[in-house]
Write a protein that binds this ligand. Sequence first.
Ligand code: PAF
Length: 288
Amino acid sequence: MAVSGPDTLVIVRDVDSLRRRIAAWRRDDLKVALVPTMGALHKGHLALVQRGLQLCDRVVATIFVNPKQFGPNEDFGAYPRQESEDFQLLAAAGVSLLFAPDVAAMYPPGFATSVRVAGLSEELDGAHRPGHFDGVATVVTKLLLQACPDAALFGEKDYQQLAIIKRLQTDLNIPVDIVGVPTMRDADGLALSSRNAYLTADERALAPALHKAIVAAAASIAEGGDIAAALTTAKAAIAAAGFGRIDYVEARHADTLAPLQNATEPGRVLAAAHLGRARLIDNVAIQR
Ligand code: PAF
């Protein structure tokens, strides 16, 4: 079998083919990075690829819209799917291999295992999306074991997801470096997300208010301001901007995600709020 170079993107849909390709690279002593995605790619995903190429010789991307991480009333059916556009973007970015299995290949009949990171998965987004992080943890564990990469890259935009993946990697002794990559934003501050496609033009214009509000809260906490007051002010600003339901605006410890006690701890302000059909999440560091 020919070993595909970094410039030729090959797509595989089953685990045996994925492993055969990666095994050939391993025989040549090449390091492999994994970039798991659900497709509908944007510059945030391409930043993960770029970081992967800095750390390793070959990047494998995955596209799988994982049904197990969507609740019954969530957007699994509507989630944007655009594999041929994604393929072009990944090829141009220097990805060598795309793993794009269908649901039956990932979850064949009889599939009965679930990975659950207790505690962390029930907080914040987990409280509003029951079972979501079990679905994420299960599919990410599978992808890590299927590809056995040297490094796997995830965006900091999904900060809680990143914390959960780091936890499961440690707890299950999976031999991989989990690498977080800073959030990519539009010029007005809106975090890039595949779900931004749900925003109307009017909603898109007011969406950056979420980022602005949490940046202001983080600055106030960093300057020694009262944490609860800063979060209340942020919620009021998000509501005043025209958002609908606010699921949470919280200040948490950057590593454990426990409620932040004071600004001397490494902290993060995290928020989730609804805007039209979209549920936007974002987070920023509290920098003293
Ligand atoms: O962040 C995502 O796109 C997904 O949650 C992930 C990590 C690919 C798992 O399906």
